[in-house]
Design a protein around this ligand. Structure first.
Ligand SMILES: *[C@@H]1O[C@H](CO)[C@@H](O)[C@H](O)[C@H]1NC(C)=O
Ligand SMILES: *[C@@H]1O[C@H](CO)[C@@H](O)[C@H](O)[C@H]1NC(C)=O
Ligand SMILES: *[C@@H]1O[C@H](CO)[C@@H](O)[C@H](O)[C@H]1NC(C)=O
Ligand SMILES: *[C@@H]1O[C@H](CO)[C@@H](O)[C@H](O)[C@H]1NC(C)=O
Ligand SMILES: *[C@@H]1O[C@H](CO)[C@@H](O)[C@H](O)[C@H]1NC(C)=O
Ligand SMILES: *[C@@H]1O[C@H](CO)[C@@H](O)[C@H](O)[C@H]1NC(C)=O
Ligand SMILES: *[C@@H]1O[C@H](CO)[C@@H](O)[C@H](O)[C@H]1NC(C)=O
Length: 333
């Protein structure tokens, strides 16, 4: 068992060494936009070599030199102009610090350590690192578009978040009442700054809200890599005080009542005229009695008369009803 373990341990060490020397091993490093990033070299210096005997340098994926330390002396001569003044070497952990990191700085870097002996330079260590750069989006901000005269239950808003990287996945609205939550999706508008490569994102949308309950609106930005959610501050819309009796239904009721009365009266008169024509025995007192009797029955006759209505125009019926409304004029028919 012990033998087996030790051989396995040795095996892994050899593999790791080989990877390190080939530069296949790569360290992940992360930096925030405009802050400082670490480009580690992870050199353990097992022989306790002095910096005076070493040549150390870092280069980027385009082989541009970021920093060079030649036998303990910084050599800015070989350093590319874009890295001048932006680096500092941390001797304690063999790490190069890159200041004022930009989005363009993301990518892979390599550090090389050579031993400067009498016979020239001997490579003794090499390490790759991948630098990723992040910029935190600002907290999403909801802006209500004020004009809501047409329908007060329709909310029209925009939500925006700025200066972030990388490109986020989506932005949406979450509507919460005390017993429900709904999500509203919209197409996210993106704009990227040419120079900084940072993104601004926004959505603009309209949706209806229930007027009778308090509503809280959130705007949520879902970031790409870790599915992290960035929430806006809650935007509260209080329930509207219940309006006692809206005027529109009132109107409808009145019109309906008027129509029903009209139909009843017209129908009544129409029925009477039909009866009169059949009788052909005009008597003023009789007529008055018939009107009264029919008046009581009007509710029952209403429906059957409605069916016959198309025979006469509305105007004609109304004229009849007007004349019929006066007791004495009814006798002229
Ligand atoms: C190196 O040391 C500095 C502080 O001395 C620390 O901030 C940094 O994180 C270290 N880097 C690594 C890769 O250990
Ligand atoms: C490494 O060498 C330095 C001098 O170059 C010495 O001061 C230090 O004690 C040595 N450290 C070890 C662990 O040998
Ligand atoms: C960015 O956001 C992360 C997570 O919320 C936080 O840990 C980090 O400090 C922020 N960085 C900057 C530069 O604001
Ligand atoms: C919207 O509001 C602005 C002022 O806030 C006003 O000038 C404009 O006429 C309004 N538009 C509508 C359609 O109500
Ligand atoms: C919401 O506001 C935007 C910007 O003013 C406008 O273009 C859009 O037509 C509005 N939508 C509705 C439903 O009012
Ligand atoms: C992004 O938003 C910032 C802050 O509001 C603004 O200064 C910048 O011009 C915007 N950039 C783009 C590309 O829209
Ligand atoms: C709505 O919120 C207000 C306080 O902002 C509270 O007084 C009221 O009772 C709430 N109404 C409902 C229907 O929850």
């Amino acid at each position: 068992m012990g033998d087996c373990d030790s051989t396995m341990g040795l095996g892994t060490t050899v593999v790791v060494m080989a990877l390190l020397l080939s530069g296949a091993a790569s360290l992940k490093s992360q930096a925030f936009f405009s802050e400082t990033g670490d480009l580690p070299c992870h050199f353990s210096n097992p022989q306790n070599l002095s910096l005076d005997d070493l040549v150390i340098f870092w280069q980027d994926q385009n082989k541009l030199v970021l920093y060079e330390l030649y036998r303990g002396q910084e050599k800015p001569h070989n350093v590319h102009s874009k890295y001048i003044g932006r680096t500092s070497f941390d001797q304690d952990n063999w790490t190069l610090r890159l200041h004022n990191v930009q989005i363009k700085d993301k990518g892979s870097y390599q550090c090389f350590i050579h031993y400067k002996g009498p016979q020239g330079l001997i490579p003794i260590h090499q390490m790759s690192s991948d630098l990723s750069v992040l910029a935190n989006f600002s907290q999403p901000e909801i802006n209500l578009i004020a004009n809501q005269t047409e329908n007060p239950n329709i909310i029209n808003l925009t939500c925006s978040s700025t200066q972030g990287y990388p490109e986020p996945q989506r932005m949406y609205i979450r509507l919460e009442t005390n017993n429900s939550a709904t999500e509203h999706e919209a197409v996210m508008k993106k704009s990227q700054n040419n120079h900084t490569e940072l993104y601004n994102v926004s959505i603009s949308m309209s949706f209806s809200i229930p007027p009778e309950t308090n509503v809280t609106i959130f705007c949520i930005l879902q970031l790409n890599p870790m599915k992290t959610l960035l929430f806006s501050s809650p935007y509260n819309i209080d329930a509207k005080p219940p309006v006692p009796s809206p005027p529109v239904p009132d109107h409808i009721l009145w019109i309906a009542a008027l129509l029903v009365t009209l139909v009843v009266v017209c129908g009544m008169v129409f029925f009477l005229t039909l009866k009169k024509r059949k009788k052909k025995q005009p008597g003023p007192s009789n007529e008055c009695e018939t009107i009264k009797v029919e008046g009581k029955e009007s509710e029952q006759t209403e429906k059957s008369v409605e069916l016959q209505e198309p025979e006469r125009s509305d105007e004609a019926q109304c004229d009849i009803s007007k004349t019929a409304s006066g007791d004495k004029r009814a006798t002229h028919f």
